[in-house]
Design a protein around this ligand. Structure first.
Ligand code: ZN
Length: 351
């Protein structure tokens, strides 16, 4: 993956050369599905060690984005409406923009919902039962919290680490060592490792999850907003592509059953956690269909084309990063040109 600086540079070149404007129409396809996580004041703008800041945007940027995509001629519709248009073949009439938020954080209700409501913009939140119950190991955040204790002592694959994390530079160094090793762990082993690491450093995994995630009452409350759709995000935020078929099936089907029961309505849509390759594969697209989802969202980069009607369990999304909070980046991404370049102008990346 290109570094943020290289990618930002590429997006700037495309924007200022006028190429993104020229691409509009031919490459922007049926529409764009935007992927967000946290929406909170100051989100993504941190200057200190904040390795997860890309998962955060400010409410003002969300508002600016919605107004901007509408000004560019996109129609903000619900995920259900977008899928219905794809199925009916009407998807290319006027391009759509769909806003989605993964994981179900409390800040979605506090800071994003008021923006969506004020602008009458539909949105979908993908939730996982273990996150809502406050027992999910949100490991990418736990690593950050452990590093912020100032000293990390651990052993991974037989290698011992004793990392001083006093300065920002030391914290980044520790992050760059630990994150890839922990990301690569087998899914269940990863969670038991992170619980032991947290306990050894005085970090409470469940307390953190309860503090940031909406519980079932809060999810039922936001789901009463007619603009809101709740979708599934596996049982425990697992990379299904890295699991056995039986485990992946349980994650995909089990979450649909539990969320439907808790909300008292049928869950129609799914988003694969992490969502890119190899975290969600062709096998998982089949399992999602078998679990009864009408459509599923990946984080494979791209805009949606009419041809995706035949691949509804593998819809691409446009990631909105806290480190790219400028409308010209949104413009460039939804023009379809950067992803067309990445995908070598293949419209479909669904295998
Ligand atoms: Zn997620």
């Amino acid at each position: 993956m290109a570094s943020p600086h290289v990618l930002r540079g590429l997006l700037d070149v495309l924007h200022f050369s006028g190429l993104t404007a020229a691409a509009r129409g031919s490459l922007q396809g049926a529409g764009s599905i935007f992927c967000l996580h946290h929406v909170c004041p100051g989100g993504g703008r941190q200057k200190h060690f904040a390795p997860n800041s890309k998962l955060e945007i400010e409410p003002a940027f969300l508002e600016a984005m919605i107004l901007h995509v509408r000004k560019q001629g996109l129609e903000t519709v619900s995920l259900g409406e977008a899928v219905a248009r794809l199925k009916s073949g009407a998807g290319t009439a006027r391009p759509f923009a769909v806003f989605t938020l993964d994981d179900g954080y409390k800040d979605n209700a506090e800071f994003a919902q008021p923006v969506f409501d004020r602008l009458q913009c539909p949105y979908t939140i993908f939730v996982a039962p273990r996150i809502a119950e406050g027992s999910c190991e949100l490991w990418w955040r736990i690593i950050e919290l452990v590093i912020n204790t100032g000293q990390v002592q651990t052993e991974i694959n037989g290698a011992k680490f004793n990392l001083t994390c006093a300065t920002d530079a030391e914290k980044w160094r520790a992050w760059n060592i630990l994150f890839p090793l922990i990301e690569a762990m087998e899914q269940h082993g990863q969670r038991s490792y992170i619980r032991a690491l947290a306990q050894a450093h005085g970090v409470d995994v469940d307390a953190y999850c309860r503090a940031v995630a909406m519980d079932w009452d809060e999810l039922r409350a936001i789901n009463r907003d007619p603009l809101c759709t709740i979708g599934a995000h596996t049982l425990n935020h697992h990379a299904v592509g890295k699991m056995s078929e039986a485990d992946a099936r349980q994650q995909l089907a089990g979450s649909r059953g539990i969320i439907s029961r808790e909300l008292g309505e049928e869950v129609r849509f799914n988003a694969y956690p992490y969502g890119d390759e190899p975290n969600a594969t062709a096998r998982d697209f089949r399992l999602a269909a078998e679990a009864g989802y009408e459509a599923s969202l990946t984080t494979r980069k791209g805009v949606v084309f009419a041809e995706h009607a035949g691949h509804l369990q593998a819809l691409p999304r446009v990631m909105v990063s806290g480190r790219y909070q400028a409308l010209r980046y949104v413009d460039a991404m939804m023009s379809g040109l950067p992803t067309a370049l990445l995908n070598r102008f293949d419209r479909l990346n669904v295998a």
